[in-house]
Design a protein around this ligand. Structure first.
Ligand SMILES: Cc1ncc(COP(=O)(O)O)c(C=O)c1O
Length: 391
């Protein structure tokens, strides 16, 4: 019987050394030695597979990638120093001047900056489609569109895109489909099942899960990963072996952490939904009031850790709420053991203009909570006292 992926995430390990260690050692080395000139020549000529230099590959990085491939069900992968390095490296490796990316408006702030401020320098542009109007997507296609790029659930609006529909759309138009699966993790959603060609993760979030190291990974078929690898091998966004060691060990607890993240977030969302006097809108994928609830139920096994809501009282109330919070951390991250509260309009999405923020669904009083692993009663108690104090 093939082991379950939760087991693979725990039991996949690089070859054990003569010391018979139980946990994997750290391969903190920049390069690897060869027995003779012929072996070195063959390694550089790609005739044999073995580590050469840690910008190309490293046993800790390879172990992390192998676990991620098993979790997402892909053939190959390349790990990077951050999620954004994976996003940028994927586009830069696969697109050329004149190409276009079809995306949806609600993408992570830095991805939006790459689309609007960085790639136009090389004549690569993004076209934004409306997530709620799938019938309009066809009319946006041009002969230059080569790739579709989406996040689902989106950051910070927690909108859901129908991956089944999108996979069929990409196939019909022969477009590469790239999905940022950061919010769901491979344990809640596997985009490959719906036809995604490449899957990207910011490993900094739930994969590390303890707010310690940065990392990213792109996963997919060997032929595409080969191109991304070739680009990254020469341009240098490789994941450090130390971070890979941390991230690989973290994968061993991802399943149990996600269970608690999801149950805490769901209970918080249900509690918040009843606070009609304080909240004008709440988004959590597994709340039946979410506009994409049916799609979320179809493609995700749980609703994730992120709850987003709009406070009655706009930006001023949002600020007061953040100032009143006692236990939740005010920090620019998510997916940590510690619950985190943030105000996207003044932080992650502050570089966007007011109109751009509105276009990606970020309202002035929008608050995002990443539910951590503390006891849910304590998370709710802190949110409750901050709601009362911010009135
Ligand atoms: C959905 C999503 N994609 C990509 C990134 C970028 O990841 P990193 O911060 O590891 O570069 C983030 C970071 O918050 C994110 O939320």
């Amino acid at each position: 019987m093939k082991p379950k992926k939760q087991t693979e995430a725990i039991r996949t390990q690089v070859t054990v050394s003569g010391s018979k260690e139980h946990a994997v050692p750290m391969f903190l080395t920049s390069s690897f030695v060869f027995d003779d000139a012929e072996e070195m020549r063959a390694a550089f000529a790609d005739e044999i597979e073995r580590p050469i230099y840690s910008r190309f590959s490293n046993p800790n990085v390879d172990e992390f990638v192998e676990k991620m491939c098993k979790l997402e069900g892909t053939e190959a992968g390349y790990a990077t120093a951050s999620g954004m390095a994976a996003v940028f490296g994927t586009f830069a490796a696969l697109l050329k001047s004149g190409d276009q990316i079809l995306s949806c408006r609600s993408v992570f702030g830095a991805t939006h900056t790459v689309f609007t401020k960085i790639f136009p320098k090389w004549n690569i542009t993004a076209i934004y489609a409306d997530i709620d109007k799938p019938e309009s997507w066809e009319s946006l296609l041009t002969p230059d569109v080569k790739m579709i790029y989406v996040e689902t659930p989106t950051n910070p609006g927690v909108e859901i895109i129908d991956l089944e529909w999108l996979g069929a759309f990409a196939k019909k138009h022969n477009l590469l489909l790239v999905v940022d699966n950061c919010f769901a993790t491979p344990l809640l959603q596997q985009p490959k099942k719906f036809g995604a060609d490449l899957i990207i993760h910011s490993a900094t979030k739930f994969i590390d899960g303890q707010g310690r190291v940065m990392g990213g990974v792109v996963l997919g078929p060997k032929n595409l990963i080969k191109e991304i690898y070739a680009f990254c091998r020469s341009t240098g966004p490789a994941l450090s072996p130390f971070n890979a060691w941390v991230l690989s060990k973290s994968l061993e607890t991802l399943d149990v952490r996600m269970e608690r993240h999801c149950s805490n977030a769901f209970q918080l969302a249900q509690w918040l939904e009843k606070r009609k006097e304080d909240i004008s809108m709440i988004r959590y994928p597994f709340l039946p009031s979410h506009p994409h609830y049916g799609i979320a139920k179809k493609q995700m096994s749980a609703g994730g850790a992120i709850v987003t809501f709009e406070l009655k009282g706009g930006a001023e109330r949002g600020k007061r709420f953040l100032d009143a919070v006692k236990m939740l951390s005010l920090t620019a991250n998510l997916g940590d053991t510690r619950s985190i509260v943030s105000h996207p309009a003044s932080t992650t999405h502050a570089k966007l203009s007011e109109e751009e923020r509105a276009a990606v669904g970020i309202t002035p009083g929008m608050v995002r909570i990443s539910a951590g692993l503390e006891h849910v009663d304590d998370i709710i108690a802190d949110v409750e006292q901050a709601l009362n104090a911010s009135r």
